[in-house]
Design a protein around this ligand. Structure first.
Ligand code: ADE
Length: 221
């Protein structure tokens, strides 16, 4: 899976992607990230990427042209890249927006299964000129019912969740565990933990070694 990030703040992604599972997945060639900064393709002197909204109102709107230019470069460039197993490239464009469809694990699974390349367009300010979605056919996606200062965090959340669904990113065992366990209540050592004079134990069933019973318990906890 190749994640293409269109953002004026690509550095926001670097530390998150440089550690843990996502780092290993990149090192193993399971996933790849590329960044594209709209400022790099602006034609005006001050590298301006936003302007006032038509019809008035507070804030600024990100201009369509630089983003569409980058989107064209991404789709054309990567079409020419060779993929292993002669697999055809399949692109999906997502525009992060608090007004979009809410992201779910189900969506992450579908995206991981059906596409080789996902382009994330990260808006800042009050949003992105609506003609970006019109030209690129982008789907508007929100990660939840709250407003962030930009799409970058939302794109990172989506990349993390989609990457987990890509083959070979989690170990086999970890993927199986993810399917099997719905429990949110997890425990580790010590078996008895004291805090301010009170003892906190571990549910007996988890110590029983009876995996059938443990699975039953996990379905409800
Ligand atoms: N941009 C600002 N808020 C957002 C949200 N909740 N989801 C996706 N993109 C956003």
């Amino acid at each position: 899976m190749h994640f293409h990030i269109v953002s004026i703040f690509p550095r926001l992604f670097h530390s998150y992607l440089a550690d843990s599972i996502l780092k290993r997945a990149q090192d193993n060639g399971k996933i790849q990230f590329s960044f594209y900064d709209p400022r790099s393709v602006t034609t005006n002197k001050h590298k301006k990427v936003d302007d006032l909204p038509y019809g008035g109102g507070p804030g600024m709107v990100m201009m369509a042209e630089p983003i569409i230019k980058l989107w064209e470069t991404i789709t054309q460039k990567t079409f020419k890249e060779k993929l292993p197993f002669t697999k055809k490239r399949k692109f999906k464009t997502i525009l992060l927006s608090p007004g979009g469809e809410t992201f779910t694990t189900g969506m992450a699974k579908t995206l991981a299964r059906e596409y080789t390349d996902i382009i994330f367009i990260c808006g800042r300010y009050e949003g992105v000129d609506a003609r970006v979605a019109e030209v690129t056919g982008a789907e508007l996606v929100s990660i939840g019912d709250y407003v962030l200062t930009g799409g970058e965090l939302a794109a990172m959340v989506m990349c993390d969740s989609i990457a987990r669904q890509c083959e070979g990113v989690l170990g086999n065992q970890a993927s199986l565990e993810e399917e099997r366990i719905s429990s949110h209540e997890m425990y580790t050592r010590p078996e008895r933990f004291s805090y301010r004079g009170k003892e906190y134990g571990v549910p007996e069933v988890l110590l029983s070694g009876n995996h059938k019973k443990i699975d039953e318990w996990r379905k409800t906890h």
